[in-house]
Ligand binder design. Structure first.
Ligand SMILES: NC(=O)c1ccc[n+]([C@@H]2O[C@H](COP(=O)([O-])OP(=O)(O)OC[C@H]3O[C@@H](n4cnc5c(N)ncnc54)[C@H](O)[C@@H]3O)[C@@H](O)[C@H]2O)c1
Length: 431
């Protein structure tokens, strides 16, 4: 088939602009059964052909290894060299090759590549650019009635998250499937741990802790021919408008687990952080460590640490404390109940593959999974912590959500783009 929403659906949308909300959704539902038969081709477009994007395509192809009607159909990236590298490596990848159907005229470079991928006739789009672009791309993908696999995080600031929450609602009404790259939600050990915690084995949850502490990451030394914009996008980790800082880019995974365990998002953040080791301008303006106290309803507190400093002890894990015991995920899934320690052992398949198995199943069965609101809330949790650490102020959920601080550049073009100063707690203003 063509577009999941096909020419007919597009016509329908155009001709019924006066019909809104549930009426539209009900009509769209009629079309969304098109994939359920399993014989219709799901054409996949990748936007952001870097490490995770190409990895996600491989995972998707592995997830669909018995489904010959899943095709990798279009590629988009800001940089043509990245597209070419991805194209060459994917077409000889043994998990991908038989599903690879990307012709040269379906490779798109530039800031508008995402729109061209969406317009190329794909049914499902994989969004794996730096997170700063995600709100714009999610909004456009939902508008274009595409199923979506979106990498985390899904934004870097309040205005972006508001856009994503609106897209989540629209996608729900349109019955689109959206799975997010918070893969712990598709990982058997986490799923069973959370089931038990929600069943009350720990008693009442009273608190928790979560960490993403590690050494340094890659950095690409600036080349003289690069404009500010090109340098920043090629080094996106180090600029808050692109990555959201590492609390958002990486630690969102652990914050997502805490929100999942507790069943809601925090109400405020009281945090600190700084830039103690990675101080060269080559590393943009982000912090290298954060420590945040997150307050959830009923005075439940979660300690969150995130650090990227070489030579320090690493720990990427979560823990939940309750009135009857505790659970943690360091090197496995461990419960301590009434002083008795036990390790949960479950068979797991690679969660990066499982998330695509779940996504394709949801498209094929016409039972849409929509994880966009959940991942938007986890992303905002991270943003709220960063805002608190940057300013030194207590930041509430409403302040983070309704923030007017739009970090997206006014113009997307290869040219001058000054780097904001490093935030100074007590001086940097809460906007
Ligand atoms: N779920 C996970 O465990 C996991 C792991 C790694 C990365 N990620 C996420 O995946 C995303 C990508 O990370 P990565 O490691 O692949 O980075 P990367 O730098 O390897 O790839 C990003 C790609 O996006 C392209 N790009 C940048 N701006 C673009 C734009 N405006 N339009 C189109 N393409 C654009 C870049 O040129 C690059 O090819 C990030 O959000 C990251 O947080 C998730």
């Amino acid at each position: 088939m063509t577009d999941p929403v096909g020419a007919n659906r597009r016509e329908f949308i155009k001709s019924s602009s006066a019909v809104v909300g549930s009426a539209v959704a009900a009509q769209l539902g009629l079309f969304s059964t098109a994939h359920a038969a399993g014989s219709d081709t799901i054409k996949v477009g990748l936007v952001g052909c870097g490490g995770r994007g190409t990895g996600a395509v491989e995972n998707l192809c592995e997830a669909a290894k018995d489904d010959s009607n899943v095709k990798i159909y279009a590629l988009g990236d800001l940089f043509s060299d990245h597209i070419e590298n991805a194209r060459q490596s994917l077409k000889i990848n043994e998990k991908v090759a038989s599903k690879f159907d990307v012709t040269e005229d379906r490779c798109f470079a530039g800031f508008d590549a995402f729109q061209k991928v969406l317009d190329s006739g794909v049914d499902l789009v994989v969004l794996a650019t730096p997170p700063g672009f995600r709100p714009q791309m999610l909004e456009a993908a939902v508008k274009a009635n595409k199923h979506i696999f979106t990498e985390k995080p899904v934004g870097v600031d309040g205005p972006g998250i508001r856009k994503v929450l609106a897209a989540a609602e629209e996608a729900k009404a349109k019955k689109l499937s959206i799975v997010a790259g918070t893969q712990r939600r598709h990982q058997a050990g986490y799923l069973e741990s959370m089931r038990r915690i929600h069943d009350g084995v720990l008693g009442e949850v009273t608190g928790g802790r979560c960490y993403w502490n590690q050494g340094a990451l890659w950095m690409k030394p600036r080349e003289s021919r690069w404009s500010d914009m090109e340098w920043q996008v090629r080094n996106w980790l180090y600029f808050t408008w692109l990555s959201g800082d590492h609390i958002c880019e990486q630690h969102v995974h652990n914050l997502d687990v805490m929100n999942w365990a507790i069943g809601t998002h925090p109400v405020k953040a009281y945090g600190m952080g700084g830039r103690q080791v990675r101080t060269s301008p080559a590393y943009g303006h982000i912090f290298d460590h954060f420590a945040i106290d997150y307050e959830y309803p009923n005075d439940v507190h979660v300690a969150s640490y995130s650090r990227q400093i070489e030579g320090t002890d690493g720990d990427v894990s979560e823990a939940v404390l309750g009135t009857n015991g505790s659970w943690h995920s360091k090197n496995g899934y461990h419960f301590t109940l009434s002083g008795h320690k036990s390790r949960l052992r479950v068979e797991e398949i690679n969660p990066y593959v499982q998330e695509h198995i779940d996504l394709i199943k949801s498209i094929r069965t016409g039972k849409p999974l929509n994880e966009l609101k959940t991942v938007a809330e986890s992303t905002l949790t991270a943003i709220m912590g960063r805002m608190s650490a940057y300013t030194g102020k207590v930041v509430t959920w409403e302040e983070a959500l309704n923030s007017k601080q739009n970090l997206f550049p006014e113009k997307l073009e290869f040219g001058s783009l000054p780097v904001p100063p490093v935030a100074v707690p007590g001086q940097t203003e809460l906007i």
